[in-house]
Design a protein around this ligand. Sequence first.
Ligand SMILES: Nc1ncnc2c1ncn2[C@@H]1O[C@H](COP(=O)(O)OP(=O)(O)OP(=O)(O)O)[C@@H](O)[C@H]1O
Length: 406
Amino acid sequence: MIEAVGLTKSYGARTAVYNLTFRVQPGKVTGFLGPNGAGKSTTMRMILGLDHPTGGSVTIGGYPYRQLPNAPRQVGALLDANAKHGGRSARAHLLCLAQLSGIPARRVDEVLGVVGLSEVARRRSKAFSLGMGQRLGIAAALLGDPQVLLFDEPVNGLDPEGILWVRNLMRRLAAEGRTVFVSSHLMSEMAQTADHLIVIGRGQLMADLPVRDFIAANSTDFARVRTPDGDEAAREALVKALGDAGGQVHPEADGALKVVGLPLPRISDLAHEADTRLWELSPHQASLEEAYMRMTQGAVDFRSTADQRAGLVQQAPAPGYAPGHTPGYAPGYAPPQQPYVPPQPPVQAQPPVQPQAPVPAQRAAGATMALGVPALPPTPPASPPPVAAPADIPEQPAPSRPEDAR
Ligand SMILES: Nc1ncnc2c1ncn2[C@@H]1O[C@H](COP(=O)(O)OP(=O)(O)OP(=O)(O)O)[C@@H](O)[C@H]1O
């Protein structure tokens, strides 16, 4: 088990991780999510003893990494797949690591087989593709047959077959009772791989709960309704009936309607009363991606200015800050109360069917900045401020690559 208590890391005036407390349990795949620059890699480096916490502590099986007896056999990690000597063959690279850790050479051939690199084992790794490099990094993590595994973006650069392989590998490792902690930006992948999620934003814990609970708490089920194509009168009659009954109706790009707030049988009855035929009436649950976007949209540091022009920036939700403590959430946070409506595609975006409440100018202006997540202060405060003012967020240049930000 990995256990962090009050984990904090500052680089000069910049606080990268603040007061993180969580446990990563064995027998599960735990996804580690957060927008770019949220502090995931910093946290993983502290777990592995590569960075010293400014405050708090993190242990593996009760020990700080550097005090773990025979650490390479207990903990395996993929942090940066490029961290290898490109002039060495894959086999030589792994042999070198094995010798440093007292791992027998036959294990090298085993893990090369596990990651599917046996055929190219004698090729220099600098000639490897991105995906092959990832596989080599995963092989290095598996070398000591460890009980605890950390993977930072393991599916980076992998093709669909490779992604499926990583998913199955993670699940298998967890089924064997190991602790598997994996960061990723691929939500669809996380939804299929992880059992549990730890979500951070601007270095602070936002959620720590099972995937299904996370989706349920941060999204709203909705119905898709479709009237016969070209029958505008029927569509309008239905929109009116649904709106009068308290439903929130939003047009979909393909002409269907998304209805929030009304159960399917009620929608069916209302259509019947409005004398409107339906071509579609289907239930939908928001995806992990939608739930994640909803939760973290206030904690995103880097956004393209083109997103704003194209209308891709979502309106900020009701602030996520709430006094008290909601189970599964960091103290001071709560799942959003407003129903989630995913953003419309930018090109085919249509005006809402129902008149929407106007967005206050002040709020609209700050919509790309944190409303739900306190901005990290240069020095940790006694407690997080309830709502971050955009001006509070320390300025930093948008990096072209994540590494540039480190
Ligand atoms: N060595 C360092 N010196 C100064 N600042 C750093 C250093 N390492 C990280 N940071 C800062 O800490 C913050 C968190 O960075 P980190 O790389 O941990 O985020 P991340 O969640 O892993 O991001 P990404 O998803 O883009 O990889 C960033 O603002 C980054 O600029």
